[in-house]
Design a binder for this molecule. Sequence first.
Ligand code: DX5
Ligand code: ZN
Length: 230
Amino acid sequence: MAAIKISPSILSADFSRLGEQIRAVEKAGAETIHLDIMDGHFVPNISFGPPVVRSIRKATGLRLWSHLMIEEPLRYLEAFRKAGSDGILFHRESVGDAAEMIRRIHDMGMKAGIAINPGTETGFLKDILSDLEAVLIMTVHPGFGGQTLIPETLVHIRETRRLAAALSIPPVIGADGGIDLDTLRKVIHAGADNLVIGSAIFDREDPAEAFRELLKAARQSPDRPQHDTE
Ligand code: DX5
Ligand code: ZN
């Protein structure tokens, strides 16, 4: 089994010190930065777009995954690729043809992941899971950092993990929203291996220390299911 990873989400970072805060979690061992892109339509909040991604790309060599919480994500793929995204997480709810999106993302040389809202069933995944590098189960309704994890979403992680095991493929299964020292056990127990964490890292005085504590707790967690495929 691959080790559990934590992807810091910079949504709750101090944007006036973004480079510094990213370098802090990088030094603490982060390998990937999660970028929450919001357009005020798909979700009721606005965050940032390609120019900020471009600046982050200059500040770090870490992998950048852009989580597109926007309408018509296809229109913006090229902009996010040019800005330096290594991977794109698009929402099932924002596209008609998910397989086509995956193809387009791969054709541009990026990794593809699909994000699933709390109210969306996971059944559709069986047809596309083998084409994806990542699945991101939303454990809150997307739009804001600092929300409380919705326990009913854990079943989506379990279903995705079971499907991956049945197909003998190892996509990265992420969980996003409301994850902290108290709740990380639950998402790990359900089968997540990538924890996207925002406020529990960047609301803290020392984000690097928070990252280290969370990663240690995640990797020591006795709750990992054994039906993994790696
Ligand atoms: C929510 C975003 C999350 C969010 C996580 O819409 O997709 O990535 O930043 O933040 P926390 O960890 O504060 O729930
Ligand atoms: Zn996110």
